[in-house]
Design a protein around this ligand. Sequence first.
Ligand code: SIN
Length: 524
Amino acid sequence: MIRFAFQNNYLKTCLNPYHSLISKKRIVSISIRTMVTIVDIPKLKDPSLFKEAGFINNEWTNMGVTEMFPVTDPATDKEIGQLPDMGANEVKKAVDIAHHAFKSWSQTTGEQRHDLLLKWYRAIMENVDDLAIILTHENGKTLKEAKGEVAYGASFFQWFGEEAIRTYGSVIPAHVPGQRYVTIKQPVGVVGIITPWNFPAAMITRKVGAALAAGCTVVIKAASETPYSALALAELGKRVGIPPGVINIIPTHEHTKEVGSELCTNPTVKKISFTGSTAIGKLLMSQASGTMKRVSMELGGNASFIIFDDADISNAIDATIACKFRGTGQTCISANRIYVHKKIYKEFSTALVEKVKKFQMGHGFDDKATYGPLINSKGVEKVKRHVEDAIKNGAELLVGGKHHGGNFYEATVLGNMRPDMLIHNEETFGPIAALFPFDSEEEVIKLANDTPFGLANYFFARDIGRCWRVAERLESGMVGINTGLISSCYTPFGGIKESGLGREGSHVGIDDYMNIKYINMGGI
Ligand code: SIN
């Protein structure tokens, strides 16, 4: 229990990078700087967690690949290290190894898998500082936020370890005399896992925890921008005794498409679990259809965040900040369209801007920084395009709006936004809070649902009838009412519409990695 309490408190503060700014007693008056302070890269207590090779069959190996690709710090564009650029051949070998390992791993008991996953969970928490340093270095998020992500990521091993012993089947009353019907759950087999750069640790553990708990083995294509967190997690997995071949990691950059395609078409792979854009998700799904693989797709979002006129405005502002600016706005469940009722628009926007002015942009290792860079120049270009389009079409720039060189873009608030602007229709994936004034509940629900995406929506209101009405009518897999942070290992994460298929985390997450087998026994 002590373990749980520690972790929950840790998550609450660390998942919200602005905790120190929004808790009223600790507001610090600092303005956005135009230059990023040069910082020292903290040293790892255990440098052997930083691995520069692929991880296949519990071995650190380049598999004979000589072509290397660099991984860079998004804050400085300086190289962190190099990894072998693996392709389809290496995936084929890794899949065969995972298939071999599946034969024995799938025969372990739930209790054995429980014990190993819990050991792995503890090893991660014991190494949280080093893992956070690696994560900040490759992703750019602040060290505090990185620690929150590592703890959040570890929680999936704890949760799914505890689910491994509860993969119950069922007994069905027979309709034919002398027969008995039962269902059992069995692991699907080798799983191909493709993860994004925005949560280099947690998106791996959310999938791997469920897969391993179910009895599956995995081949992971970690994001080429952020592979070192995945490799460090694998090293800890090896140390706690995860057997050879159960987890395999393919680093790749130039061969990303070919690796994805091999995972999706290889007949030995029985399931694909992907987190990333809707466009890539559609491509992978079509590739996986040839061998009728199971798929889990956590895809793009375009979350609305509605503040009704009966909302607690101060809490709504803090929650908007936590939701919008987490990970410098680079999360699939970030508030993309913030609808504010006209009656409270002025009060809300003025107070929000005052708080955003106090943010400090910087290198993730700079302890004064409240937010870091975007991941790369492509990310910066998209943010610039969205802000320019809004301003050109009459939006009001309330704060920010500047590119500070490299991958740094200021936390920005745009007012008087309209639904015909780009931000309304495309996920920005950056630190831009776009405020859309609205008049009525009916109007705002229509606007919120006017998107092909359906991952998360949020709203602030006090009227209990409205809370139910709006939550039920919003078209998304997840809804936050009077909160801006909804993710946890305990709750089902996933979308509807073009935001994807399947659910991760929670008591249903393991089911995505298991087949239900119905057994009919007659002649009794
Ligand atoms: C995501 O943005 O894809 C994941 C966010 C989360 O797990 O909270």
